[in-house]
Design a protein around this ligand. Structure first.
Ligand code: SAM
Length: 340
């Protein structure tokens, strides 16, 4: 069943204007509906990139079903190289938007333009400013069905500022971040609380997994003590950032939860798990990861999580095995579950 266009997709298509003869980059399409519709305008010239591997797989499946091609590619740079038109579902982070805009002006054609759409409730005037830093002309469409489109044209001579990096002397760690990576070059407050508990992990020669690794902060600290650290994230920006932050000390993989790992193959899982899917708060991916931890952990293996105290994870963790609270502050809990 092909995915259906939503109001943002439909407004983007109506606002496209004349489709140029060059490459058309489609960014942030979550379902494949937008990329498939663009293939009807631009055929094989359509190149799609999604930060999430789960979305990338959906878009690749949709394009495989399209009669005249188009392809999904794993990096932003690949999608934007020689792009004449960028059709974009606006990301929630301004840093992600800034990286897209700068990369489009640097790698796209000399007259590359951007058509960027979103739900009005998720859009802010700062998005115009961010696009305005890379493009001379930015204007908004009239809203329709609670959606709006921003047009940006006239690429400026900009510098590439992504990835950014910041040294954290207290951790003796330099964090590298591409625009769409969680927390950027900062250390998240939940991550900090979890870092304080890492000394209590059991010794092991087995695999230690940082699940949802983001920029690779936890994985970097784990690699100082454990030989075999694997960091997994669904986000292309997170994986590219974590590769820089961990500087070769960690096996960093783009993956969906624990699904790529074999049964009873992991000694320890450490995670500051996701609490959003796109712009919506959603516990589903984390509940799936907790259930799957029971499969991949060796008996006696540990799952150590940090999460916002109001989230409903404790009953599910107790199904995996005995669970204790290691630390708490006003916002977060750190729990340790031992696989029964
Ligand atoms: C709360 S952030 C934590 C990032 C990092 N560990 C830190 O402490 O700064 C959660 C991370 O989970 C990733 N994520 C979301 N869904 C995922 C999935 N299905 N599989 C793997 N990672 C996922 C997000 O991309 C994000 O980087």
């Amino acid at each position: 069943m092909p995915a259906e266009l939503d109001p943002v997709d439909r407004l983007l298509l109506d606002e496209l204007g004349e489709v140029p003869a060059g490459r058309v980059a489609v960014l942030g399409d979550d379902t494949g509906a937008l990329a498939s519709a663009l293939v009807e305008h631009a055929g094989q010239r359509v190149v799609a990139h999604c930060d999430s591997l789960v979305a990338e797989r959906r878009v690749a499946r949709a394009l495989a079903g399209a009669a005249v091609g188009g392809e999904a590619v794993p990096t932003l740079a690949e999608a934007l190289t020689d792009a004449a038109l960028v059709v974009l579902r606006l990301p929630k982070s301004l840093d992600a938007l800034d990286e897209i805009a700068r990369t489009a002006t640097l790698l796209g054609t000399a007259d590359v333009r951007v058509v960027a759409g979103g739900r009005v409730k998720h859009m802010t005037p700062s998005m115009n400013d961010v696009l305005g830093a890379s493009f001379e002309r930015v204007h908004a469409s009239l809203g329709r069905q609670k959606s709006r489109v921003l047009h940006a044209a006239g690429p400026r001579a900009v510098e590439q500022v992504w990835p950014k990096h910041r040294h954290h002397a207290d951790l003796d760690l330099t964090v590298h971040a591409f625009g769409a990576a969680f927390a950027g070059t900062r250390i998240d407050a939940g991550t900090r609380l979890l870092l304080e508990q890492l000394d209590g992990l059991a010794d092991t020669d087995g695999n230690v997994v940082d699940l949802g690794c983001g920029t690779g902060v936890l994985a970097s600290v784990l690699a100082r003590r454990f030989d075999d650290v694997v960091a997994i994230d669904v986000s292309a920006a997170a994986v590219a950032s974590a590769r820089l932050t961990t500087a070769g000390a960690v096996d960093v993989r783009r993956g969906d939860g624990l699904t790529s790992l074999a049964d009873a193959s992991v000694a320890t899982i450490v995670s500051n798990p996701p609490f959003h899917v796109g712009t919506a708060k959603d516990s589903t991916p984390t509940l799936a990861m907790i259930d799957d931890a029971a499969r991949v952990l060796v008996p006696g293996g540990e799952l150590v999580l940090v999460y916002n105290s109001h989230l409903p994870y404790l009953p599910r963790l107790r199904e995996v095995g005995p669970t204790q609270i290691l630390a708490r502050d006003r916002s977060y809990l750190v729990t340790r579950t031992v696989r029964a």
